[in-house]
Write a protein that binds this ligand. Structure first.
Ligand code: ADP
Length: 500
């Protein structure tokens, strides 16, 4: 058992990263992996080694789940509002540490501090606050069965929840899982993403000051060695997963064998549909937000397919390219930076392969925007210039597959029905947006677009209180809302009282 690294907020992200090195968080304590193994965490902007993470395996999973199962018995007996109040208190602590968390996540993921990392840290607090206030909403019903027989339903927690998270917005996606799980009376074991294990571990330490030991546990490690045994552990009664469709299917199969519920938030290839009557400048700006260029396009909801009505097509492509050109790519920790780095070498190579394929496609053209940073300290950084492609066919891999990088494909269209068909022609169906001043057209498309979330004249990222989750290969179940907590982290029990 190791001492807690930093009690007060620390703005020295390097020292913080070193202090968090080599730990899981189990039963309210930082502990090393039972095997003693660790793996390296690098700063993707410089390539430097910033920390070692504990390399978890089945033995660590068992220790964490056992702790969580013991803690759950007591946690579930607390009044729901008390659980909520504690989660809300955690939100307050996170708010006090926003700057610290933002700097640490920028260090380990390469996401720019001003445009992304600070926003994410604030959203974590917002999500915890939102769910913290919902303790009283875990209501059941009374059922009119027969006179003198009182029949009611009550909602009960499921037990220990296994949560597996990715690296793109790890704090936020973790909050979407742990907050409803905890308020509902479950305890949680999180498996962090191997690329981003540090900031979420710091959040464990913060929340561990408020929550009883064992309620919230975290393991770092690789998917097959640490994630898979978590899903298959007999005491895990629910799995909530965000990641690739490929791994989502593996997780889902194991959960099916165990007959446990699973929530899956998988990939996306989200269309943005722009009509000629849109507010032009707002919509061009909206395309930057929609494509999540400030997150290097590393988002499931990135507008990686943009369909623009033909009369404004050329002007729109030019205006978008000019706006992306003006964005500053650089040190994620610099306040001037708009665009940071890709997360890892593996992801960098994958995105680059898609770009090369697009550039060599006959009839296609790809504009590289923004400029690579000139700072020699960043020469090993995983920076990729945003690319805007035109002239690709709908069958192209760039149009059909999730790239998870700063690459968008733009197409002209001539009528609403044709664009609807093209937009729905995808394996994924997570999010979509429609940009027009004609509400009748917008609503007609909104009802027929295959997506879990359709936004008109905006494209916000996930927000507390709005159900979020896709259909088709984009996933199963919803997150972020009251219903998500009630439907995915609780079950309903019927109780009948015969008082004749
Ligand atoms: P990405 O492509 O975004 O890295 P992945 O689906 O590969 O998405 O990973 C998302 C999360 O799933 C990570 O925490 C990863 O370690 C975990 N993971 C990968 N393989 C498995 C597996 N076989 N079982 C459980 N979790 C896994």
């Amino acid at each position: 058992m190791l001492d807690r690294p930093f009690q007060a907020p620390s703005l020295d992200q390097h020292a913080l990263a070193r202090g968090l090195s080599g730990h899981h968080f189990i039963g309210g304590h930082f502990v090393s992996a039972l095997s003693g193994r660790t793996f390296a965490v690098h700063n993707p902007a410089t390539g430097e080694l910033v920390a070692q993470a504990a390399e978890g395996d089945a033995a660590d999973v068992d220790a964490a789940v056992t702790n969580a199962a013991i803690a759950q018995k007591t946690w579930a007996r607390l009044p729901a509002r008390k659980r909520g109040a504690m989660v809300a208190q955690c939100a307050g602590l996170i708010r006090e540490h926003v700057e610290e968390l933002a700097r640490l996540i920028a260090l380990e993921t390469g996401k720019a501090l001003r445009t992304e990392s600070r926003v994410e840290a604030n959203t974590v607090a917002d999500i915890l606050e939102f769910y913290g206030g919902l303790g009283s909403e875990l209501k059941g019903e009374s059922v009119p069965f027969a006179p003198e027989i009182l029949s009611v339903t009550v909602r009960e927690p499921l037990g220990v929840v296994g949560a597996i998270i990715p690296w793109n917005v790890p704090m936020l996606l973790m909050a979407l899982k742990i907050a409803p799980a905890l308020v509902a009376g479950n305890t949680v074991v999180v498996k962090s993403a191997e690329e981003a294990p540090l900031t979420v571990l710091r959040i464990c330490e913060l929340m561990g000051r408020i929550l009883p030991p064992g309620c919230f546990n975290m393991l770092s490690g690789y998917g097959p060695e640490c994630g898979a045994p978590l899903v298959s552990h007999p005491k895990i009664r629910k799995v909530t997963f965000t990641g690739s469709a490929e791994v989502g299917r593996i997780v889902s199969k194991t959960a099916a064998d165990k007959l446990i519920p699973v929530t899956l938030e998988l990939g996306g290839k989200s269309p943005m549909i722009v009509f000629a009557d849109c507010e032009f400048d707002t919509t061009v700006g909206g395309a930057i937000t929609s494509m999540r260029f400030t997150r290097q396009g590393q988002s499931c909801t990135a507008a990686s397919r943009i369909y623009v009505e033909r009369p404004i097509f050329d002007a729109f492509v030019d205006a978008l390219a000019a706006k992306v050109d003006a964005m500053v790519m650089g040190d994620p920790l610099d306040e001037k930076t708009d665009i940071g780095t890709i997360i890892s070498r593996e992801q960098f190579d994958k995105v680059q392969r898609y770009i090369d394929e697009g550039l060599s496609t006959k009839g296609a053209s790809g504009r590289a925007c923004s400029a690579l940073p000139a700072d020699p300290a960043l020469k090993k950084g995983l920076f990729i210039r945003p690319h805007i492609f035109t002239g690709l066919s709908n069958e192209s891999r760039l149009v059909q597959e999730e790239i998870f990088g700063p690459v968008t494909c733009i197409f002209p269209f001539d009528d609403a029905e044709a664009v609807l068909t093209a937009a729905n022609d995808s394996e994924y169906s997570l999010a979509a947006s429609v940009w027009t001043n004609n509400l009748r057209v917008a609503m007609s498309l909104a009802h027929r677009l295959e997506a879990g979330l359709v936004q008109i004249n905006q494209n916000l990222v996930v927000q507390a209180n709005l159900s979020y989750g896709g259909v088709k290969s984009s996933g199963l179940g919803k997150e972020a809302s009251l219903e998500a907590m009630l439907e995915h982290f609780m079950h309903k029990k019927t109780i009948m009282v015969n008082y004749q």
